[in-house]
Design a protein around this ligand. Structure first.
Ligand SMILES: Nc1ncnc2c1ncn2[C@@H]1O[C@H](COP(=O)(O)OP(=O)(O)O)[C@@H](O)[C@H]1O
Ligand SMILES: Nc1ccn([C@@H]2O[C@H](COP(=O)(O)OP(=O)(O)O)[C@@H](O)[C@H]2O)c(=O)n1
Length: 255
């Protein structure tokens, strides 16, 4: 697998203040719906850093594994790890930051992958293949390589624990499962789609359970992470707290 990122205005804006050979890395980990993507995007924009949406990598592999018949939606049969690994290695992925959506667009083997990859079902596929150590290993160095060109804000489950253990800033963003399910309902309703709170809550809890209890790189706070519960905070308040923490760790903000 290869991953590339477009050289657009999101990248390297802050290069003038980063003269060291090692670029700053900010890790934002936590469960689904905690608000990681929202604060990651804003930090990347303000700081001019590159953005790593690591969940998108697992989502792409999960979707392609489902399409290839390697996994089922109900996680009912034993998955062939070596087949998922071979598929992972065959993928060429490009990320293109999209200012309209506040997310990265994803190109796989030259073809744009639509919004489908962001839905809850594909999140479930992702968490099925994310348990495999060999698949995680195949994704490791290409994630780490993204910190060699500019500052990086990395969003995921194991950014602070496994991928960037020496990161300058680590945040573990949580919220109650109910608050996160409510956000997903609002998101779907705003997109004109039907949303059932109870089934979304059940799906979120199932994914939390799989992500937190797998043996390789489980979702958990790094020992040196700031723990932030966003249940009672809006997105601006979360950003301000994370920004303050970054400043405490020596990162410079122009605005
Ligand atoms: N602090 C917050 N309070 C309420 N809603 C939020 C907050 N942060 C993000 N959201 C909204 O919740 C949804 C999920 O946020 P997102 O950043 O995608 O979470 P994650 O990346 O952790 O899954 C989005 O619709 C987003 O606009
Ligand atoms: N660093 C990461 C990122 C995601 N993942 C897996 O990929 C799934 C989708 O991640 P995501 O970050 O896109 O999900 P959301 O938090 O946006 O719902 C997670 O539920 C994890 O199973 C992972 O194992 N490690």
């Amino acid at each position: 697998m290869t991953v590339s990122v477009s050289d657009n205005d999101l990248l390297n804006k802050n290069d003038s203040v980063n003269h060291s050979a090692r670029y700053p890395v900010i890790c934002i980990d936590g469960p689904s719906g905690a608000g990681k993507g929202t604060v990651t995007w804003r930090l990347a924009q303000v700081l001019g850093y590159q953005l790593l949406d690591s969940g998108a990598l697992y989502r792409i592999v999960g979707l392609k594994a489902f399409e290839a018949g390697l996994i089922t939606a109900d996680a009912s049969h034993l998955i062939d790890e070596s087949a998922v690994l071979a598929l992972t290695k065959s993928l060429e992925i490009a990320f293109l930051p999209n200012n309209d959506s506040g997310r990265v667009d994803i190109i796989v083997n030259g073809q744009a992958v639509g919004d489908q990859v962001r839905n809850e079902t594909v999140g479930g596929y992702a968490s099925q293949i994310a348990v495999f150590p060999t698949v995680r290993q195949a994704l490791l160095t290409l994630q780490q390589d993204m910190a060699t060109r500019s500052g990086l804000v990395a969003d995921g489950r194991d950014m602070g624990t496994v991928v960037f253990p020496d990161a300058d800033v680590k945040v573990y963003l949580t919220a109650s499962a109910e608050a996160r399910a409510e956000r997903r309902v609002t998101q779907l309703v705003n997109a004109g789609q039907a949303a059932d709170f109870d089934s979304i809550l059940a799906t979120i809890k199932e994914r939390d359970d799989r992500d937190e209890n797998r043996s390789t790189a489980p979702s958990k706070p790094a020992a040196d992470a700031l723990l932030l519960d966003s249940s009672m905070l809006d997105a601006d308040a979360v950003y301000e707290q994370v920004k303050r923490h970054c400043q405490d760790k020596g990162l410079f903000f122009n605005s």
